[in-house]
Structure formats: C-alpha cells, structure tokens
Design a binder for this molecule. Structure first.
Ligand code: DO4
Ligand code: MG
Length: 280
C-alpha cells in the first residue's frame, strides 16, 4: 500500500486501485502504530477514483509526506560514505572519526530537518549560498511511530555541503540543515515492516536534460540494521508525532562533481517509486 499526500488531502494506491481521502489529519495518520491496518479499515468509506483520470494532475499536486514530524539522519552507514568523508576531511584532521564511527556499535545520528525545511516531489531543493561543493545524498528513509516501530518507508535526499563539512566535522549541522536541504517522497510505502533488503537505490543527475551522473547501490550494503538505528534514536528521546529517519548514503558522486542551479535529481528505490527534484 502506498500513501500519498496531495494538495487536497491524501490518496492511497492499493492492489491496482486508487482511493482519495480527505478530512483525516495527516499528522495523526502518521502517528498511528499501525497506519496500514488503520487505512485498510478506512478504504470502504473512501472514494475510489480511476487511476488514469488522476494521473495527469496527480504528480503536480503531490506534497512532501510529512506532518509535524522531525527528520533525523544516520551517517557513515555505507563503506562508500566512510571513504568519502575521510577523504574530504583529511586536511582538517577529521578523517579518523569517520573510520571509528563506521565500526562502532553506536551509530552516528544527527538532526536533519524540521518539516518546514523539507520539500516534496518536483519542488526545488537548495544549495547553500556559501557552499562551493554540494551533493545530493539518496537515502532509504524510515517512518517511525511514537512507540518506536518502523511503520513505513519513503525516499529521502539529504542535501549536503561537502566543503563546509570537510573543513571541520563540527560544521556538520551547517552543512546539513538549511532551508530546503531535505526532500522526501513521493509516497510512504506501508507494508507491515517488511522490506526487500536487496532493493536497489539509484541516483541520477541531469544537467540541461543530459545525464551527468548515475550510480546504483543496494540496501544489502547498508551496514546498520534499521531497527537498531530506530532504537538508538529513541533512547532517552520522545517523539510524540513519530519521526522520519534517513538511513545514510551509499552513493557519493566523484570529488570533481558539484550540483548546479537547475540540475534535476532523480532517486529511485523501486518498491517505493522515484523522487524527482530540481535545484533552485
Ligand atoms: O558524517 C557525516 C554525514 C554522513 C551522512 O550524511 C551519510 O553518510 O549519509
Ligand atoms: Mg546522508
């Protein structure tokens, strides 16, 4: 089951059918301990719409599937990310931290965004005015209930300023948290906590319509167990509205690459869909 947030309410794609709902508060929908069962029970009362009729306007009306949840992120959860971070912070003497956190029991977890800093599908993400080296980070993202249960999955883009982060690891919050530094969408996949851990994550970047970067990884390379990431995040922490947790990037473009205005970023995780954003 896929749950979409739209300008006029929400929509559900389930077993080839599309249903439209309104009235239910999105914030409270996401705080359900079992949103899938909640929505299955609501389906008979929802308006069923012809999938072909909705498709024309549907993608234009999509919003980020977030209510008033916070977005957190895990870091250095793939070997590729550890490598890239060690390289970018070598001159600042920060390289050892990344190596150590990759092998440590406790994961790196950081605050990424409030809902106001998050954009949805087709909306522009931003690069910082004071950054010279900016990249998208394509991340499998968990929806976690107030009780700490993983209840859904979406796609996230953890926009990052690599020169700021590389200058000093203590600059991480500035490299990561700014207006429109995070994209989520296009939907939340609600599937009883099951997910194919062999699923592919693909990042493609287009400039003036032409591909300038493309790479694929799989969730099999994610070093951390998602349940353990969620447990660490909830230690001594209350999330009354639940939260989103990005699980880290396994794809980092080469050091010569930086995003430019109007680049188009596409992140594909097949069971969930494609998250498309431009840089603006
Ligand atoms: O350690 C800094 C950030 C790491 C990160 O965002 C990632 O690995 O995805
Ligand atoms: Mg990241």
């Amino acid at each position: 089951m896929k749950l979409y947030r739209t300008n006029s309410g929400f929509a559900i794609e389930h077993e080839g059918n599309v249903y439209r709902g309104s009235g239910t508060n999105w914030h409270s929908l996401l705080t359900q301990e079992n949103p899938r069962d909640f929505l299955l029970a609501a389906l008979p009362r929802m308006e069923q719409v012809d999938p072909d009729t909705v498709s024309a306007t549907f993608s234009a009306s999509l919003r980020a599937p977030i209510g008033n949840q916070e977005v957190w992120a895990a870091g250095v959860t793939y070997f590729r990310s550890r490598d890239a971070r060690m390289e970018e912070s070598k001159a600042a003497g920060g390289g050892d931290f990344y190596d150590r956190v990759y092998d440590a029991e406790r994961p790196e977890l950081f605050f990424k965004a409030t809902a106001s800093r998050v954009v949805g599908p087709n909306a522009p993400v931003a690069i910082r005015d004071d950054a010279k080296w900016s990249v998208p980070e394509p991340e499998w993202t968990l929806l976690i209930s107030p009780g700490g249960k993983i209840t859904g999955y979406t796609i996230g883009n953890d926009m990052s300023s690599r020169d700021i982060e590389g200058e000093n690891p203590l600059y991480l919050p500035q490299a990561k948290v700014y207006n429109r530094s995070c994209a989520l969408g296009p939907c939340i996949l609600l599937n009883d906590g099951r997910f194919d851990m062999g699923a592919e994550i693909k990042l493609e970047i287009f400039r003036e319509g032409k591909p300038v970067f493309a790479e694929t990884t799989t969730l099999a390379s994610l070093k951390r167990d998602p349940k353990s990431l969620a447990q660490y995040l909830y230690r001594n922490n209350v999330f009354a509205h639940g939260c989103f947790l990005m699980t880290g990037t396994g794809i980092v473009p080469p050091d010569s690459f930086t995003l430019q205005l109007n680049d188009r970023i596409e992140i594909t995780i097949p069971p969930i869909g494609v998250l498309v954003n431009s840089v603006g």
